[in-house]
Design a binder for this molecule. Structure first.
Ligand code: ADP
Ligand code: MG
Length: 666
């Protein structure tokens, strides 16, 4: 049955419904109330004057209407309740006049003023309320009356053909209500226990469907690809681990173990390492490169900027200088001749590891036998770019790294098609970065603190919100030049300041960055270009001007530029504004906690800089409050897919045959 066949829904109503995305009977019955009014009749003698109450009684006079001025009228009558006769007033409902007749029993909702013996109504219910009643409240469809909406929903309910989405065994395991009963209960609550059960069922169902889709995509991506089992024994793993110059944290070890398991498994690895800034994701990726090399495959590491690519390249080379492993750097600024040489040796198989920027995505870059692709700061790359690299080899495992901690629930949804390893711990010996907000009037204090660090031989970052002044009128310290002039007033003359910003040429950026890394300058004054990944261990203090102009994620990332060794580091947030966000930073160094707070402060929609997709708009579930149900659904859908789909494919030969058939049919 179509919506248009419902009595009361004509073309005009249909159009109105379409506007709120109701196109089918199913959409209509799932147009759920967003809250409920609860009406409990009270005894008028016991009412507080400020409480909104419900009283039921009998009309004892006809209604009078006073037209006060245009669009403003008052209707009055009297009503007997609890053996007293009260005056009743309601505004702008002159159309109720003919409904108010002597002897009729009705209910009033509003406030009672005992002294004046007057009840001021917010609403009148002509169906009297004798016991507690729950009334659903809907987001109104503009142009459509509430009664038409409710009647249409009721007709739709009678004619709907609702299928159960949740498999029977799961439904009975949790004792879930039938969907159709749940939907009826949602629109016409019978009691609070049943209403609660109905809610649980519909939330579970919605999240189950969502997680099922995600897990199916994940399953398909992995199983319908070519795949290869990498042969790895314990001695290889131990050999690789012995090259690490420090003790791995527990989380790093777990993440590496996840990768080992993925390598060994028949499915293509599609794993995200989600770690806080400075948690040490890089070493985990290096270990997987070594392991992949031991298995006889080439690896590629894609970084979002030249500075980062170079940093990875240099780290890799120095960390594993004693190993017989050929690593090359391919970035835009490499000369044409050197590039050609890299292309040739890569295709030939004499380069084992290629580290680079977008330059490694080009068609000319052909691998001999690529087995592992790693993308650092994965949110900076689009899906297409990631796929290009994945498709450069037949048996490619994929590892993503992201330093944007997001709440766990969102990780499950945004990155739902990936497996996730979280690195929460910081390497041993790290101190919390002391973070404090200062007003501009206290700038002296901040500057002497910086001067002290520099005297100790440490380095400092200073962050400017803007490259250039955006408005001649303001005296705010936002741009690089104004900030440089200001800080120089407070610091010794010989202080060396280097400037870095996004409009500079890459070669110049690298020059500045390397100069700072090598300890040749005391202060790096920069815009947010240093935000991602840059690792200068000797930097111990970062000062952010007008910090309230940045989002929490950015501030947390910026702060992560310091605190990269065992020295005590500091972060100064200069801002004259009182901001909740800055307080969150003062209070915590934990990116995951901060992301939860960010979510609370900003609500859903724009989360930690990552926009939610349309698929993530839920009708009844709420990712924040229904997080436990979501986790359960993740588990249940994974099991369901495993039991019902995956197990049938597990036989290698059987699977291969199907794959061949599928490919031939293409
Ligand atoms: P991020 O996760 O932000 O990318 P990095 O991988 O750059 O962090 O690591 C931050 C710093 O910590 C690097 O200098 C790295 O060498 C160091 N590091 C990583 N793991 C450990 C560890 N287990 N013990 C000591 N230092 C470590
Ligand atoms: Mg990193």
């Amino acid at each position: 049955m179509e919506l248009i066949n419902i009595k009361g829904i004509g073309p005009k109503t249909l159009e109105l419904l379409n506007k709120v995305n109701i196109y089918s009977i199913d959409d209509l019955v799932r147009y759920y109330p967003y809250r409920y009014n609860i009406y409990t009749p009270s005894n008028i003698l016991e009412a507080n004057p400020e409480d909104t109450i419900v009283v039921t009684g009998t009309v004892t006079s006809n209604a009078n209407v006073f037209y006060i001025r245009k669009g403003f009228n008052r209707l009055t009558f009297t009503l007997e309740t609890n053996n007293i006769n009260i005056k009743v007033v309601i505004f702008n409902r002159d159309f109720y006049k003919k409904l108010i007749t002597i002897g009729k029993t009705i209910s009033l909702i509003g406030k009672y003023d005992k002294l004046k013996n007057t009840f001021t109504c917010a609403d009148i219910k002509f169906k009297p309320i004798f016991k507690t009643e729950v009334e659903p409240v809907y987001h109104m469809v503009s142009g459509l009356s509430k009664s038409t909406l409710i009647k249409s929903i009721d007709v739709a309910l009678e004619n709907s053909n609702i299928n159960e989405i949740v498999p029977t065994n799961i439904s009975s395991k949790y004792n879930l209500m039938n969907t159709i009963d749940a939907i009826k209960e949602i629109h016409h609550p019978s009691d609070s226990k049943r209403l609660k059960d109905a809610n649980i069922k519909l939330k579970y169902e919605e999240l189950f469907e969502f997680m099922f889709k995600i897990n199916l995509i994940k399953f398909k991506n992995q199983i319908f690809d070519d795949f290869v089992v990498k042969d790895i024994d314990d001695s290889t793993i131990n050999k690789v681990l012995s090259y690490v110059p420090f003790e791995l944290t527990e989380d790093q070890r777990k993440a590496f173990q996840d990768i080992i398991d993925d390598f060994k498994g028949i499915k293509r690895m599609n794993r995200l390492i989600l770690g806080d800034v400075g948690s040490g994701k890089t070493i985990v990726s290096f270990l997987s490169i070594l392991l992949n090399h031991e298995c006889g495959y080439q690896s590629a590491l894609l970084a979002p900027t030249e500075v980062l690519a170079e940093q990875h390249y240099n780290n890799f080379k120095s960390m594993f200088k004693d190993l017989d492993i050929n690593v090359e750097l391919l970035v835009g600024s490499v000369s044409k001749k050197d590039k050609e040489d890299i292309y040739r040796r890569l295709e030939e198989g004499s380069i084992d590891v290629l580290i680079g920027t977008h330059a490694i995505l080009e068609d000319k870059v052909v691998f001999n036998n690529l087995g592992l692709v790693i993308t650092d700061e994965q949110h900076r790359f689009g899906v297409n770019q990631r796929n290009i690299l994945k498709n450069k080899g037949q048996f490619v495992d994929v590892l993503y790294m992201s330093a944007t901690p997001i709440p766990r629930t969102y990780a499950l949804t945004i990155y739902g098609d990936m497996d996730i390893s979280m690195i929460k711990q910081k390497p041993a010996g790290r101190k919390e970065i002391i973070t404090k907000q200062y007003k501009f009037s206290e700038i002296q204090e901040v500057m002497s603190s910086i001067a002290e660090e520099i005297k100790e031989g440490h380095q400092a970052y200073v962050i400017a919100p803007l490259i250039e002044k955006d408005d001649e009128e303001t005296n705010e310290l936002n741009d690089l030049k104004a900030i440089k002039d200001t800080i120089l007033k407070y610091l010794p003359k010989e202080t060396k300041i280097d400037i870095l910003h996004g409009k500079m040429k890459n070669v110049d950026k690298d020059k500045v960055m390397n100069n700072f890394k090598d300890g040749n300058s005391n202060i790096l004054l920069s815009t947010t270009v240093v935000e991602v990944g840059v690792d200068v261990k000797n930097a111990t203090v970062i000062t952010i001007f007008n910090a309230e102009r940045f989002g929490l994620a950015t501030l947390h990332q910026l702060r992560g530029r310091v605190g990269r060794n065992s020295l005590q580091s500091k972060c100064f947030l200069l801002s004259d504004k009182d901001s909740e966000r800055l307080k969150v930073l003062e209070e915590s160094n934990d990116g995951f906690y901060i992301s939860e707070k960010d979510f609370e402060l900003r609500g859903s929609g724009d989360l930690f800089g990552i926009r939610q997709s349309g698929d993530m708009v839920f009708k009844i579930a709420n990712l924040q409050t229904d997080y436990k149900i979501l986790l359960q659904c993740k588990k249940d859908t994974e099991e369901f897919i495993k039991d019902n789909i995956e197990n049938d494919f597990m036989n290698y030969k059987y699977y291969k045959n199907i794959l061949h058939q599928l490919m031939e049919n293409d």
